[in-house]
Design a binder for this molecule. Structure first.
Ligand code: PHB
Length: 395
């Protein structure tokens, strides 16, 4: 038996991505103690490339809870997006339709702000741990891990939160018979690039073409992020820069529009699937973020859902520690899942609206164009997209 150094805390959090750090930060503001452990280094997380769009409610959470002013100073407010198909662009004006915006502020910046905030407030966050295991989630949970010096520890806590990403070890603690794994696979993936070039348009462009979907996003004045639909088995390294640009240009072509090209310094194929674990609670274990659900990237909902899970879970834990009542904790899974399934549906809908199905018939293609047309020519249709994209009101 290893002699383990004991650590006592109220909430043990597995995973120091944006979800785990957000919860730890919110709990600290309510006077609740937590310890966060993470197997990756801080640098590894900072270097992971993820999506870049924050809903208005996510921005408010970051600003109002004292995590980030930078999102307002350095993030880019986008008051709409463009849908492009049949060679023409159509603007969906979020401000006009629902009075909200989204912010272009990459996930890695959100992570940096959260990690800095936890450091500033003396939060207990331990990166680079190994041999993590979690036990006793139906009683008094314990988290075992080894630190960077090889010292073995055991955290004793009231609750464990699994914020450990799509390959969650915490999720596995819910026995198969107590858990439903809702999966959906898609017959394509995204080819993602980073390029050193100026922006090609002021806002994001979601493009449908008979060669498939493309998304023109941004990072800074000099770096742009772009994607195009590809086969899931595609080998990213086999594509030359010239071939990538030819494919992207073809998918957004029309009306004299073309992309500003530059050197491509990152290219990779991103997996694409939908997943929801139900319920998101088992005893004193709560799952949140990618550990509980994955959405296709088309609606940019992943990070926003993770932040919402933590907003809801924080309120439930705060009520428990203030009053001893389990009522809000009991409601957590259903409350979080309500938004998860709405986002799952929206991401699925945006995906099927814009992507080309490998076996699509002429009927399928004409129907799809009619659907796009219905959205851009109808205030009601555009409003559905605008409301979901900027984020439904938080309950
Ligand atoms: C991104 O900028 O990486 C991004 C933006 C919107 C999406 C997905 C990814 O829907």
């Amino acid at each position: 038996m290893v002699e383990r150094q004991k650590i006592r805390t109220q909430v043990g959090i597995v995973g120091a991505g944006p979800a785990g750090l957000m919860l730890s930060h919110l709990l600290a503001r309510s006077g609740i103690d937590s310890v966060v452990i993470e197997k990756r280094t801080r640098t590894q997380i900072e270097e992971t490339i993820r999506a870049g769009i924050l809903e208005a409610g996510s921005v408010r959470l970051l600003v109002d809870s004292g995590v980030s002013r930078r999102v307002l100073d350095e993030g880019d407010e986008h008051e709409g997006v463009e849908l492009r198909f049949s060679g023409e662009g159509h603007r969906i004006d979020f401000q006009d339709l629902v009075g909200e915006s989204v912010w272009l502020y990459p996930q890695t910046e959100v992570f940096i702000d959260l990690a800095d905030a936890r450091e500033r407030d003396d939060g207990d966050v331990r990166f680079s741990v190994t041999d993590t295991s979690v036990t006793d989630v139906l009683g008094s949970p314990r988290i075992q891990f080894t630190d960077t010096e090889g010292m073995a520890h055991e955290i004793e806590c009231d609750f464990v939160v699994g914020a450990d990403g799509s390959r969650s070890i915490c999720r596995q603690l819910i026995p198969a018979g107590e858990r439903t794994d809702n999966f959906r696979e898609y017959p394509f993936a995204w080819f993602g690039i980073l390029t050193e070039a100026p922006p090609s348009a002021p806002e994001l462009i979601y493009a449908h073409s008979d060669r498939g979907f493309a998304l023109i996003s941004q990072r800074t004045e000099t770096v742009q992020r772009m994607y195009f639909q590809c086969d899931p088995t595609e080998d990213a390294s086999a594509w030359s820069e010239a071939r990538i640009w030819e494919e992207l240009q073809a998918r957004v072509a029309g009306n004299g529009f073309s992309l500003k090209e530059g050197p491509i310094f990152d290219q990779m194929v991103l997996p694409f699937r939908s997943y929801v674990c139900e319920p998101m609670r088992y005893g004193n274990l709560f799952l949140a973020g990618d550990a509980a659900h994955t959405v296709p990237p088309t609606g940019a909902k992943g990070l926003n859902l993770a932040l919402n899970d933590m907003r809801v879970l924080h309120l439930a834990l705060a009520e428990f520690y203030a009053t001893g009542s389990q009522r809000e904790l009991d409601a957590y899974s259903e409350r979080a899942l309500n938004r998860v399934w709405k986002s799952q549906n929206f991401s699925y809908w945006m995906t099927t609206l814009l992507h080309t199905m490998p076996a699509a018939s002429d009927f399928d293609n004409r129907r799809q164009l009619a659907e796009l047309n219905s959205i851009v020519t109808s205030r009601a249709g555009s409003t559905y997209l605008a409301e979901a994209y900027t984020g439904w009101p938080q309950n």
